[in-house]
Write a protein that binds this ligand. Structure first.
Ligand SMILES: [Zn+2]
Length: 233
């Protein structure tokens, strides 16, 4: 599925074959969260929706989130993500254009105010963005009801569990969760289910299934999501 969904005033979603990016319009500038696979003309799509300058923030930098990066400067991400990004640097992108976003930083757009929360595990520098006044959480890939990729370089299951515990402790600050994959919006009640699933996975309690397409991992479904994971021999 591809297309633009207007969620509310100053908030749009770009859907692109299973991954989504978010555009938030503020008073003087607009923030794009991730750029998808790169098959959308996301810079132009954003420009058709807002006259304000658009800057880019990454929840994390797996390739399904960085495909349109070359059209943006600077590119903001947590410093813990920078080496991961460098290893997968999208074509025509340069590390000189990458700028840090730290834990606790506030991205103040006027109408929107997002707090940066470091939630490593899915990738080393995955972040979530919390809008306390509007009680929304942008969760990237770490909280979703689809398949959570947890195999290969950069994944860290203990860190993932710690991050879910951390965000779980903040769950009274948001009503809706806006993930990059799967259904949306989700409610905070899904977080304990994902955390339990991650613990059950590591404990060998989830049933091994074949992945949806050939990948060096297996699929493990819990009650609320699934994990693509590889047990080290
Ligand atoms: Zn993703």
């Amino acid at each position: 599925m591809k297309g633009i969904t207007k969620v509310s005033e100053h908030f749009w979603i770009f859907e692109e074959d299973g991954v989504r990016s978010f555009l938030f319009e503020g008073d003087k500038r607009a923030m794009l969260v991730d750029t998808g696979f790169g098959t959308l003309r996301i810079r132009q799509m954003a420009a058709e929706l807002t006259d304000l300058p658009v800057f880019l923030v990454h929840t994390h930098t797996d390739r399904d989130h960085t495909g349109g990066d070359k059209e943006f400067k600077p590119i903001y991400m947590h410093p813990s993500e920078m080496d991961y990004y460098k290893d997968r640097l999208p074509r025509d992108c340069h590390m000189e254009d990458v700028q840090p976003l730290w834990e606790g930083d506030t991205i103040d757009l006027g109408y929107w105010r997002f707090e940066v929360i470091l939630t490593p595990g899915h990738t080393p520098g995955s972040i979530m963005l919390l809008e306390r006044e509007k009680r929304m959480l942008i969760s990237g890939d770490s909280i979703q009801d689809g398949a959570i990729f947890m195999f290969g370089p950069g994944r860290n299951m203990p860190a993932f569990q710690c991050s879910l515990e951390k965000i779980s402790a903040m769950a009274d600050a948001f009503d809706t969760i806006w993930p990059s994959h799967g259904n949306y919006p989700l409610k905070a009640e899904i977080i304990p289910g994902i955390l339990k699933g991650a613990k059950d996975l590591v404990a060998g309690k989830l049933t091994e299934q074949e992945p949806p397409e050939p990948m060096p991992c297996k699929k493990y479904a819990c009650e609320v999501a699934s994990f693509l994971y590889h047990f080290d021999a």
